[in-house]
Design a protein around this ligand. Structure first.
Ligand code: CTP
Length: 421
């Protein structure tokens, strides 16, 4: 049996909600994947499910009381906090989320959570109004900023009678998130990557602007998977939908010119760069500082060319003396016709190492949706064709392809020096 979590110690914190019974299935799944699981239950959790159940499934004693020290040679909460490769809190009530966000340590689980330096995964479960309460939202945001990861609760019939979001994610989905955090090999470890995302905003006046349909989802997926694959990530993002992934250095920008500045000044210290952003090719020649008033029946806005950031990176790479420490460059090409021809032309013109092309006329590809269909081209032509799948798995595959290319920084065939740190 495949045991990708063997040699991993997981502390599973179970708190007091009706979904506590699902912790049994989760525990059993993690043990089945090879993990050594230590369960900590809050007082509330023991009202819903007995410690004996989780002791039997985990094959280890279950901790419920900070002061119940059985082994005099150890302080148990510190010992477990240190031993953990990952702490999972499932189900997590609003109460434990509040304690975590505010550094409260008043029982075995909250004390262990404060004492650990291991990554933490939280699977919330609560009534829909509690989940949407500003205090809970604020606490979750605080934790996300600190790098805590969440498994989204599901939507459906809640035990309290309401229908809505708040149901604990399925144990298999939580186990999947654990696998992503622990079992992933790290082909990007030690690499500094820069991802651009979103659509640039080109202002006409303080209330009007020109932009495009980019949602930023592909760029966010690339940043998130790069983090999971071990990279240090800088995310330069313009107008987007959704929240950027926790753990990346975030550089919000507005216009193509802002993005150009933010990217160019980081090139020297970057190993790989992905230009997933949809950059406006033109901007209004004049941006007014006051709201434009209407006048005649027609109006003409004069536009001027924006810098082509990808082209500028390619030119920068080409310059004498820089070839030795140039980043690996991945461009994007959203096309509506003649995809291969335009993509290869862009790759050559902009001197990319790879170009990811999609035909945005296909259903399930391109702007706004959570999926994509792409073809990845290198200098030699088509490298791989990726059928319809989530933007996250497209992103992961792009990174894996990049890291296996001969030009990838640090690869056996790459003769370049490492970027200056
Ligand atoms: N790009 C960029 N700066 C621009 C325009 C595009 O960096 N001013 C980048 C995009 O981020 C993308 C790639 O170039 O990675 C291709 O974008 P696309 O708009 O398809 O390229 P263009 O050269 O503008 O394409 P076209 O010739 O079709 O207008």
């Amino acid at each position: 049996m495949n045991q990708p979590l063997s040699e991993k110690t997981i502390v599973l914190g179970v708190t007091g909600g009706i979904a506590a019974y699902k912790a049994a299935a989760l525990c059993s799944r993690l043990v089945g994947l090879g993990a050594s699981v230590r369960v900590i239950m809050t007082e509330g959790a023991t009202r819903f499910i007995t410690p004996l159940t989780l002791q039997t499934l985990s094959r280890h004693p279950v901790a419920t009381d900070t002061f119940d020290e059985r082994d005099p040679s150890k302080v148990q909460h510190i010992d477990w906090a240190d031993a953990a490769d990952l702490v999972v809190v499932a189900p997590a009530t609003a109460n434990i989320i509040g304690k975590m966000a505010n550094g409260i340590a008043d029982d075995m689980l909250s004390t262990t959570l404060l004492a650990t330096t291991a990554p933490v995964l939280v699977a919330p479960a609560m009534n829909v109004h509690m989940l949407e309460h500003p205090a809970v939202v604020h606490n979750m945001e605080t934790l996300a900023r600190r790098g805590v990861r969440f498994v989204e609760p599901g939507t459906g019939q809640l035990a309290c009678g309401y229908v809505g979001k708040g149901r604990l994610a399925e144990p298999d989905d939580i186990a999947e998130a654990v696998l992503r955090m622990l079992a992933a090999d790290k082909p990007l470890a030690g690499k500094r990557v820069l991802v651009t995302a979103g659509g640039t905003v080109e202002r006409l006046d303080p209330v009007r602007y020109i932009t495009n349909d980019s949602s930023g989802k592909m760029g966010f997926a690339l940043a998130e998977t790069a983090l999971l694959l071990g990279a240090e990530v800088t995310l330069v993002y313009a107008r987007t939908e959704g929240t950027p992934p926790a753990g990346a250095e975030l550089v919000p920008v507005q216009s193509a010119e802002d993005m150009y500045e933010a990217v160019m000044k980081r090139l020297e210290a970057t190993d790989a760069i992905v230009k997933a952003a949809a950059v406006a090719d033109y901007r209004p020649k004049h941006t007014l500082d006051r709201k434009m008033k209407k006048g005649s029946e027609t109006m003409t806005v004069e536009l001027v060319r924006n810098p082509d950031i990808l082209q500028a990176i390619g030119d920068w790479k080409q310059q004498a003396g820089r070839a030795g420490k140039a980043p690996f460059v991945i461009g994007f090409a959203a096309e509506t016709d003649d995809v291969e021809k335009h993509a290869l032309d862009k790759l050559r013109r902009k001197r990319c190492d790879l170009i990811v092309a999609n035909d945005v006329t296909q259903a399930g590809a391109g702007f706004g949706v959570d999926t994509n269909i792409v073809r990845v081209y290198g200098k030699e032509g088509l490298v791989e064709s990726l059928p319809l799948q989530s933007k996250r798995s497209v992103a992961e595959r792009i990174w894996r392809i990049a890291a296996s290319r001969p030009d990838w920084p640090g690869s056996a065939a790459d003769a370049r020096e490492a970027p200056s740190r």
